[in-house]
Design a binder for this molecule. Structure first.
Ligand SMILES: [Zn+2]
Length: 327
């Protein structure tokens, strides 16, 4: 995957911070130990000095060099062991003075054997998604602010809108609680003004707080970007991000204008994510019949076969709020 220069620079800055932190933290531990256990510092100086002894020995051309080198090595091992035992006794950790990198694999350099380390890839992914979400115009909300008071308590088809929406709210909270890379894909279905975008934004906010790499935005906006990037009018790799994020929340499917370019893109996003077992949440104002009418069979069969439908019911909340404000 290609990443923007901006994401790359941000990732490198984080790695540098991590290295500096690891080095400063090691220095703090060294200072602490030399204060509370100066005998360890002496032993460590002895270790350093044996390095010079070895060089001197090799240069002296002494007949007995091999034996002497062996002796020095043994002494070193025993000194290291003593230091470890002392540290274990004092701090409960024999590696207390070792440098503790955030990523021991690449020692916080971001590269390992000439290739990008996984930690670097994670950072790049995070910053690329952040960039995309920065442009998202949808406000993020808290589950606690999802108000059920706008849903009627009178039964419609054996369940009141209030009870149904309470079920949905509990389901979504539970979804966030147990979210993992193979969570279910959800299809929020219902007329406009029933809280689908609001619910999506609550899920987005809670998962962002849990450091999940999520992308949230309207289908129209994503398709516009993908098309502009494809034809070189904008820089970016929105499609790749949508294919690779841990969770994608596509708002308002059905509002977009389908063309010979956008329809295959919609299918590609939905289908590739299903094939990779990555979860997607889609909200739409269209009914199943309207979805069937608007999209080709391949898209509809993916939506109906691989997504859990969550029905949003009730009366248009924006309308109720407007009427309340006029009272
Ligand atoms: Zn690493």
């Amino acid at each position: 995957m290609k990443y923007s220069e901006n994401a790359y620079n941000k990732a490198m800055a984080v790695l540098e911070q991590r290295r500096q932190y690891a080095e400063a933290e090691q220095q703090r531990r060294i200072d602490e130990i030399s204060r509370i256990a100066p005998e360890i510092e002496i032993l460590q100086n002895n270790l350093k000095n044996t390095g010079f002894e070895l060089i001197k020995l090799v240069l002296s051309g002494d007949k007995d060099t091999k034996n002497l080198v062996e002796k020095i090595k043994e002494k070193n091992i025993s000194t290291q062991k003593t230091i470890g035992e002392l540290l274990e006794a004092i701090k409960g950790d024999k590696h207390y003075l070792d440098i503790q990198y955030h990523c021991p694999v690449c020692k916080d350099t971001g590269f390992c054997e000439g290739r990008r380390c996984l930690c670097m890839n994670e950072l790049l992914k995070k910053f690329t998604i952040d960039e995309l979400n920065e442009n998202c115009l949808i406000e993020l909300n808290d589950f606690d602010d999802f108000s059920l008071e706008y849903y009627e308590k009178n039964d419609v088809a054996n369940i009141s809108p209030y009870d149904k929406m309470k079920q949905n709210l509990d389901f979504c909270k539970n979804y966030v609680e147990n979210f993992n890379e193979n969570s279910l894909s959800l299809l929020f279905i219902g007329k406009t003004g029933l809280g689908k975008t609001y619910m999506s934004s609550c899920i987005a906010k809670s998962l962002i707080e849990k450091n999940v790499n999520i992308v949230f935005g309207s289908i129209i906006d994503f398709l516009r970007r993908i098309e502009n990037e494809h034809f070189g009018q904008e820089k970016g790799n929105t499609l790749e991000i949508l294919l690779n994020a841990d969770l994608v929340i596509l708002d308002d499917l059905g509002s977009e204008f389908l063309t010979s370019f956008t329809e295959p893109v919609v299918y590609d996003i939905i289908n590739s994510r299903i094939n990779q077992r990555k979860p997607t949440i889609i909200s739409t104002n269209l009914s199943f019949a309207e979805l069937d009418e608007k999209y080709n069979e391949r898209i509809v069969s993916r939506l109906t076969g691989c997504f859990v439908p969550i029905m949003f019911v009730g009366s248009d909340i924006r309308h109720i709020k407007l009427m309340d404000s006029l009272k």
